[in-house]
Design a binder for this molecule. Structure first.
Ligand SMILES: *[C@@H]1O[C@H](CO)[C@@H](O)[C@H](O)[C@H]1NC(C)=O
Ligand SMILES: *[C@@H]1O[C@H](CO)[C@@H](O)[C@H](O)[C@H]1NC(C)=O
Ligand SMILES: *[C@@H]1O[C@H](CO)[C@@H](O)[C@H](O)[C@H]1NC(C)=O
Length: 349
C-alpha cells in the first residue's frame, strides 16, 4: 500500500474504533449502579470489589529519600494514616509544612496503601519538601457520606491531640504547625473541603489550625449537567455513567446532588465560601480541560473570587481526570505548583 493511502486507512480505522468505543460506553451505562461500578453486593450485606489494584507497604529503609510508616487512628473503624517524612528533615532537624492528604476513588475505591497514592505521596513529600499524612477513611457504599468527612475530622483531631504518643514523633518533631494544608485529589478534594469546613465552622479546638486547601481535580457534582460533563460524557477516565453511579451509592439515601456533601455552589455553599474568606484560608484548585469536572471546578473558583477568597485556579489544557496518578511528568508539574503555592504563603506570614 502506498504511504498516503495507508495513512488514510490508519486514520479511518482509528476514527471507527473511537466511534465504536464511545457507542460501547454509551450503551454500557447500566441502570444498576453496583453493576456499573463492578461492585458485588453479597447476601450478607458486605461489598466485594473485584480486581483490587496493587498496594505498597510503608518503608523505613535507610537508602530511601522519604521514609514512611503507618499509624492507627481509630482501630474500631479501621482508619489509619501513612505518614511520609523526607530524609532532609531528619538530616537538618528542620520543621516542614504538613500536607494532610485524602486519596481519590469516588468515595468507593482505593486506599492510602494503593500503590498509585503511595507513590504520589512519596514523591510529593520529596518534591514539595513537606511531611505528608495520607489518611485511610471508610468507603461507601458500606459507609455512605458523611462517613468519610467524619473520619477526616477525626484524623485532624488525631493529628493535633495524639502527638505525645511515642510513634507520632514525626508529627511532633518535624511539623511546623503554622503551616498545615488539607490536600485531596478527586473525591479526596471533596473530603479536604468538607472536613476543613466542619472543623472551622464549629471552632473546633481539637483540630490543628488550617492554613489552606489544595484541591486537585476535586470531584464535585450537582443536579444539573455542566457543559464539560455533557461534552465529555464518554471520557473513559470518568464517564458520566460511572460518575452518576458513584454519587448514587455514596450520598445518603434520598438526597440529590445539590446536597452540600456534593455541590459547593448551591444552597448554603456561598455562605460556606464566605466563611473560608473570613478564615483567611488560601485555596489552590487545579484542573484540566479534558476532565468532565472542569466546569464545576472553574465555577467554584469564580464563586470564591466573587467572595474575596484568596484562591488560585491552575487549569491546563488537555489531560484527563486523574492524570497525575498515571503520568509522572504531570505529577511532577503538580508538585511544583503546590510548592510555589505554599512558598508564596510563607513569605506572607
Ligand atoms: C460476607 O460474604 C462474603 C462473600 O461471600 C464473605 O467473603 C465475607 O467473609 C462475609 N462477611 C461476613 C462478615 O460474614
Ligand atoms: C525496604 O525494606 C523492605 C523490608 O523492610 C524491603 O522489602 C524493600 O525491598 C526495601 N526497599 C528498598 C527500596 O530498599
Ligand atoms: C473510634 O470510633 C468509634 C466508633 O465510631 C467511636 O465510638 C470512638 O469514640 C472513636 N475513638 C476515638 C478515640 O476517637
Amino acid at each position: 500500500m502506498p504511504l498516503k493511502s495507508s495513512t488514510a486507512f490508519a486514520f479511518l480505522l482509528t476514527f471507527f474504533l473511537l466511534i465504536a468505543k464511545s457507542l460501547a460506553l454509551q450503551t454500557s451505562c447500566n441502570k444498576d449502579p453496583y453493576k456499573q461500578l463492578n461492585l458485588i453486593l453479597n447476601p450478607n450485606g458486605t461489598i466485594t470489589r473485584p480486581n483490587k489494584p496493587p498496594e505498597s507497604l510503608p518503608a523505613l529503609n535507610s537508602t530511601l529519600r522519604v521514609l514512611s510508616k503507618d499509624l492507627s487512628i481509630n482501630q474500631s473503624k479501621g482508619t489509619w494514616a501513612r505518614v511520609y517524612l523526607p530524609r532532609e528533615a531528619l538530616d537538618r532537624n528542620s520543621k516542614l509544612p504538613l500536607l494532610v492528604f485524602f486519596h481519590g476513588g469516588g468515595f468507593i475505591f482505593l486506599s492510602a496503601a494503593s500503590t498509585i497514592f503511595h507513590d504520589f505521596c512519596f514523591n510529593m513529600a520529596n518534591d514539595v519538601v513537606a511531611v505528608v499524612a495520607s489518611i485511610e477513611y471508610r468507603l461507601a457504599p458500606e459507609h455512605r457520606l458523611p462517613a468519610a468527612y467524619e473520619d477526616a475530622v477525626e484524623a485532624l483531631h488525631w493529628i493535633k491531640t495524639d502527638q505525645e504518643a511515642d510513634e507520632n514523633d514525626w508529627l511532633r518533631n518535624y511539623v511546623d504547625f503554622s503551616s498545615v494544608f488539607l490536600v485531596g485529589s478527586s473525591a479526596g478534594g471533596n473530603i479536604a473541603y468538607n472536613a476543613g469546613l466542619r472543623v472551622a465552622s464549629g471552632g473546633d479546638e481539637l483540630a490543628p489550625k488550617i492554613k489552606g486547601l489544595i484541591l486537585v481535580q476535586p470531584f464535585f457534582g450537582g443536579a444539573h449537567r455542566t457543559g464539560s460533563e455533557r461534552r465529555l460524557a464518554n471520557e473513559p477516565h470518568l464517564a458520566l455513567c460511572s460518575n452518576d453511579a458513584m454519587w448514587k451509592v455514596s450520598l445518603p439515601d434520598g438526597v440529590d446532588r445539590d446536597h452540600e456533601f456534593c455541590n459547593p455552589t448551591v444552597g448554603n455553599g456561598p455562605a460556606r465560601v464566605e466563611m473560608i474568606e473570613r478564615l483567611g484560608w488560601w485555596v489552590l484548585v487545579t484542573g484540566c480541560g479534558g476532565d468532565p469536572l472542569r466546569d464545576r471546578q472553574v465555577q467554584l473558583v469564580r464563586l470564591m473570587q466573587r467572595k474575596g477568597v484568596r484562591v488560585v485556579g491552575h487549569f491546563t489544557p488537555g489531560g484527563y481526570h486523574g492524570i497525575q496518578d498515571t503520568d509522572p511528568l504531570k505529577a511532577k508539574e503538580l508538585y511544583r505548583v503546590i510548592k510555589t503555592f505554599i512558598h508564596a504563603l510563607s513569605s506572607q506570614r
